[in-house]
Design a protein around this ligand. Structure first.
Ligand code: AMP
Ligand code: MG
Length: 286
């Protein structure tokens, strides 16, 4: 049975203890795909209300190691949504302009408007992951050296926690997914990018360099998730060795989250309702 709570990080996440392949506990690929389709329908129904109500927004953050399937999740799971109400941002290496601002600047600029679902393919969590692994905080981020103390990562995680609380207090729900893939599965997917001509374009030699830092990435990811997992901006650790399973789990959690939000179509008050009869009469006389 699928239960969202199985995928919450718990009090103290240890990724080594979390399975990257949960599919054996689930019926079959076909059943999962059917369920994904149903979840996408549920999401679409709720998105329509979210948009009409124009009060709340949903920000979905997707973090993962390379080749874990972020792009595929976005392509498949978002396929049934109304493009007018959805915005996807993929965060790459920051530009010179972005590096001239505080690190949260480029992310806050891209937040979804009310009524919209926003997807961040990578996010401000990169600023406590790749930036930390490669010490880019010193070499790239133009910070005053006196501010880069041994507490700086703890401080960043605090900043992020404050941002997410602020968003919650403004009606922007945040939902965070960590696609959890095994080192072996990543190797196979990177090899496929070398071996299959249609996938060659996805190969990036830099991914091999990042792979060397696997354990460090994992450690920092655990730290970040442990520091920022809250009821109002929860993390979900998604077993991602089977793409069909990851897509089912993510669509299920998004649909459940939307259904748990207090979404409803705007209703007219009595005066407005009376006006409907007036407008109807006008149209009929036309
Ligand atoms: P991809 O998502 O595979 O297209 O790759 C985007 C690249 O941008 C990855 O190598 C990330 O590590 C990198 N990246 C994303 N955000 C940041 C950041 N804040 N600072 C440095 N590099 C980043
Ligand atoms: Mg990549």
């Amino acid at each position: 049975m699928f239960d969202n709570d199985n995928f919450r990080p718990g009090n103290k996440l240890n990724l080594k203890e979390k399975s990257t392949d949960y599919s054996a506990g689930y019926a079959s690929k076909e059943a999962a795909q059917e369920r994904t389709e149903k979840n996408i329908d549920r999401m679409a129904r709720m998105q329509d209300i979210l948009y009409a109500q124009d009060k709340y927004a949903l920000l979905i953050i997707i973090q993962a190691m390379d080749a874990a399937g972020k792009d595929g999740v976005i392509k498949h799971v978002m396929s049934g949504l109304n493009p007018q109400g959805t915005m996807v941002h993929s965060f790459k290496r920051p530009s010179a302009e972005e590096l001239d601002h505080d690190y949260l600047w480029r992310y806050t600029k891209a937040l979804p408007e009310r009524g919209r679902i926003g997807i961040f393919n990578r996010s401000y969590y990169e600023d406590v992951l790749v930036v930390r692994v490669h010490n880019l905080i010193e070499t790239q981020q133009h910070l005053p050296p006196a501010l880069i103390t041994k507490n700086v990562w703890k401080e960043r995680l605090e900043d992020i926690g404050h941002l997410e609380k602020y968003l919650y207090r403004n009606g922007i729900a945040v939902l965070k997914f960590y696609l959890h893939v095994s080192r072996q599965e990543q190797k196979e997917r990177l090899l496929a990018r070398l071996d299959e001509p249609d996938k060659n374009w996805k190969f990036n030699a830099g991914d091999l360099e990042e792979r060397k830092h696997w354990d460090t990435y994992r450690k920092y990811a655990e730290e970040a998730i442990n520091a920022t997992d809250t009821d109002y901006a929860p993390w979900y650790i998604i077993p991602a060795d089977k793409k069909w399973f990851a897509r089912m789990a993510i669509s299920e959690i998004i649909a459940d989250t939307l259904e748990a939000m207090k979404l409803e179509y705007p209703r007219l008050n009595d005066d407005q309702k009376k006006m409907l009869a007036v407008y109807r009469a006008q149209l009929l006389e036309d």
